[in-house]
Design a protein around this ligand. Structure first.
Ligand code: GDP
Ligand code: MG
Length: 638
């Protein structure tokens, strides 16, 4: 048997609070102001023991139209609703509004309770019952059982309790596994304890001393103490009313609407895709771009509705909408929400979240609409694919799981399955995996191949395009680790080859033309002859009649081939000159000990201009090491 939350709904003064007191013995009108004014403002909670032994949390919501936002905060966590209608007054405006709200919020079951039975005749009661039946038509309460009670005489209360137990059986319990999420409905300070927040635990479980995060503030904190119905507990489960004592958090740091979550499981998001229904009695159409109040969980935020497939939504219609909020909220796929107009404040409609972390969309696009519709029904496989088609640069697996609303293990299984069907590509990197849409990767392959082809034509002597250049040209928005994973993936499949820092087509090798081969020979000869006083490149180019631009390409090629060594800026030595110098210098140091630059200069019969950079080069490749103004062999001890 899971835990469940029962909530009241109904017009002000229809007897909700008195009914809750009669059922539980708890007076939820506990705030002084409420006592004085005789109405419920804040949410009241009381434990309710059902005849079958189950303990439910009973939430008493305020009925006055001015307190709809509190009503919404309470109603968001309700599994089973008690729609309260006073027998002497019948259906009133907030009866209808609350009914619409619990319907939009997807409450699972309900009981219609006619209160103040003692004030009316049986004939009158019959008329009111009919009126209520009419009002609930087409809502989640259409088939709900109805009972008439009097809190004054106690009549009908046992029957109501039996009905509650019966309806509770129908409620699908909230998931006690998976990430914890607790939308906060109250924040207060308790002397000697500090900040306490309360709410209904929507999913998962919480343990004393565990670390949690409060969103959207992104505050990390420890649960110092947990209470369920005023009793200290070690652990609290989905569906329970929970009070959390938070370590190191000030009352001012959090507010109603903030959410306590397990670390890493959620992110606050300002842009959500949804399916949205405008109530038949919304009064007028909802326009594209209209500013509204948005209610999800216990949060109330203003934002705009972007209608993706039309210019306006008419009363009674359902459409796809992106909600762009002025403050981010915590949401999951499948969450219900309510929209109200800015002024006058009336409930317009609501719907459910298709994608809590939505990208921007172009409107009136068949593919966007199709992808969202698919996201609406989709099986995990389709959901993952839908997400990847809408995200050009793919996603890390853990993020994909979060966005798809899947547990990490389930997401991994789905992705493995899709990869086996060649619908997605999984790129591995240390500490994680990255997933991209197969069709997208194929397009990238074509782009890379075209770009490399162009590059090889332009620079036939270069080993390939530097990895970093390829990244900035085509994959600047792909995370660096995913990019390395992508190259590895392509290398493994023979799509490209990795030439130590350069990317090339697999069949490419740098090859000079006949004329170039001759020039290369001539260049090499010049540098070999120059030996330890090699010529300046520009000089050789001029002598050989080679354009500097091409000359540099040829020099690079010789460096790549290992025939020349670039010792410094514009300074190239032949391979042989470097090798011989290397040997001679090592010998000199071995026989004579540390040497100064002048000794090397004399040894090579060169000048300081060449020898200084050469020695720096040798330092760099760890042949030598500087000690004061002398050099020793790098391997020698200081
Ligand atoms: P709420 O605004 O829906 O919470 O309404 P309350 O529970 O505060 O009740 C409003 C008024 O109706 C109070 O004066 C109650 O005493 C009265 N009331 C509530 N239930 C009954 C009932 O069963 N019989 C009679 N006669 N009066 C009731
Ligand atoms: Mg009340």
């Amino acid at each position: 048997m899971g835990f469940l939350v029962v909530g009241t709904a109904g017009h002000v003064d229809h007897g909700k609070t008195v009914l809750v007191r009669a059922l539980t013995g708890v007076d939820t009108d506990r705030l002084k102001e409420e006592k004085e004014r005789g109405i419920s403002i804040e949410l009241g909670f009381a434990p309710l023991r059902l005849p079958n032994g189950q303990v439910a949390g009973l939430v008493d919501v305020p009925g006055h139209e001015r307190f709809i936002r509190q009503m919404l905060a309470g109603a968001a966590g309700i599994d089973l609703v008690l729609l309260v209608v006073a027998a002497d007054e019948g259906v009133r405006p907030q009866t209808r509004e609350h009914l619409a709200i619990v319907d939009l919020l997807g409450v699972q079951a309900g009981i219609i309770t006619l209160t103040k039975k003692d004030l009316v005749t049986p004939e009158w009661l019959e008329l009111v019952a009919e009126e209520v039946r009419e009002a609930v038509k087409g809502t989640v309460l259409a088939e709900a059982p109805m009972v008439a009670v009097s809190a004054l005489t106690g009549e009908g209360l046992p029957e109501l309790l039996d009905l509650l137990a019966e309806q509770a059986e129908k409620v699908i319990p909230r998931q006690p596994t998976g990430p914890a999420r607790l939308p906060i409905d109250r924040v207060f300070s308790v002397r000697g304890f500090g900040t306490v927040v309360t709410g209904t635990l929507w999913s998962g479980s919480l343990r004393t001393d565990q670390t949690v995060v409060i969103l959207p503030q992104e505050l990390s904190t420890r649960l110092r103490q947990l209470q369920v119905h005023n009793r200290r507990v070690g652990e609290a489960y989905a569906g329970q009313r929970v009070a959390c004592n938070l370590a190191g958090i000030e009352v001012g740091d959090v507010k109603r609407g903030s959410v306590v979550v397990s670390p890493g499981a959620f992110r606050a998001t300002p842009r959500l895709d949804s399916e949205l229904k405008l109530l038949s009695d919304a009064g007028r159409e909802l326009r594209h771009g209209q500013r509204v109040r948005f209610y999800l969980g216990t949060a109330e935020v203003t934002g705009r509705v972007l209608l993706l497939d039309r210019e306006e939504l008419l009363p009674g219609e359902t459409g796809l909408a992106q909600l762009v909020l002025e403050e981010p909220v915590v949401a999951a796929r499948g969450d219900r929400f309510v929209l109200r107009s800015m002024s006058p404040l009336i409930t317009l409609g609501g719907g459910w979240i298709l994608d809590p972390y939505a990208p921007r969309h172009k409107r009136h696009r068949a593919e966007v609409v199709a992808a969202l519709r698919a996201a609406g029904q989709a099986l995990p496989q389709e959901r993952v694919l839908g997400l990847l088609t809408r995200r050009r640069w793919g996603l890390p697996l853990d993020e994909l799981a979060l966005l798809a609303g899947l547990e990490a293990a389930d997401a991994a299984a789905v992705v493995e399955d899709l990869a086996a069907q060649d619908l997605v590509v999984v790129l591995a990197y240390e500490g994680g995996q990255y997933v991209a849409d197969r069709a997208r990767v194929t397009r990238w392959e074509e782009e890379v191949d075209a770009l490399l082809g162009e590059f090889h034509r332009q620079y036939p002597l270069r080993p390939g395009m530097p990895k970093e250049e390829l990244r900035t040209r085509l994959f600047g928005r792909l995370p660096a680790r995913a990019y390395s994973g992508l190259l590895e993936y392509w290398c493994g499949r023979g799509r490209v080859k990795d030439q130590g820092g350069y990317v090339a087509r697999p069949d490419f090798t740098p090859s000079p033309s006949g004329a170039q081969s001759q020039t290369l020979e001539a260049l090499l000869t010049a540098f070999r002859e120059g030996r330890w006083q090699p010529p300046a490149p520009e000089e050789v180019f001029a002598r050989l009649g080679v354009k500097p631009e091409e000359g540099h390409e040829l020099l690079h090629y010789l460096v790549q081939q290992g025939e020349l060594v670039r010792v410094g800026e514009g300074l190239y030595f032949s391979r042989q000159a470097v090798a011989e110098a290397r040997e001679r210098i090592a010998d000199l140091i071995r026989t004579r000990g540390p040497v100064e630059l002048a000794a090397v200069r004399d040894l090579l019969g060169s000048s300081r201009k060449y020898v200084l950079p050469l020695m720096e080069y040798f330092d760099q490749i760890h042949l030598t090491r500087r000690v004061g103004d002398k050099r020793v062999l790098y391997s020698d001890r200081a």
